[in-house]
Design a protein around this ligand. Sequence first.
Ligand code: ZN
Length: 202
Amino acid sequence: MNKFAASDEDLESGKVHVPDDVQDAIRTLIAWSGDDPAREGLLDTPKRVARAWKEYCQGYQEDPAVHLSRVFEEVGGYEEIVLLKDIPFQSHCEHHMAPIIGKAAIAYLPTNRVVGISKLARVLHGYARRLQIQERLTAEVAECIWEHLEPRGVAVVIDASHACMTARGVRTPGVGMVTSRMMGTFLEDQRSRKEVLSLMGY
Ligand SMILES: [Zn+2]
């Protein structure tokens, strides 16, 4: 927990206290951008921006592995691919603090335990709600599942667009970046990898 910890409830009710130095920093940024932080429409902006950032980065306040702590060990002999795909997510790039918006597909090959399927999305969001690079986000999700579910294989594919590319810099809207992390059977066995990628729609 960091010293600026805030709960989801506090954030939703807009009650999170924003220290003066944080507000000053945002006023400085507004002035740097070319506007007047003292004009009426911008008066409450520093507080709003600060609270929004607290929410974007809520992942710092959790260990995503907690979502994998409740497992079901009765799997009825099911040993095939478990896949959750088209999971929408939002993150922010650590280089520009600009939005990364995309979708993820997460699959694993269970041994003797499975989790509630929504938990895979929670693990994703736990890592996405931080300052990230897409490569690390992909790896962190895969490794968390690998370590805590001890499956035979994990496959994570993330397809996202980066506002730092689409809204600035080379300004290329519509460009998506795809990253993948394969572990265990999906890494070692080409047929399994092909199967999971085709189930994911790649
Ligand atoms: Zn960036």
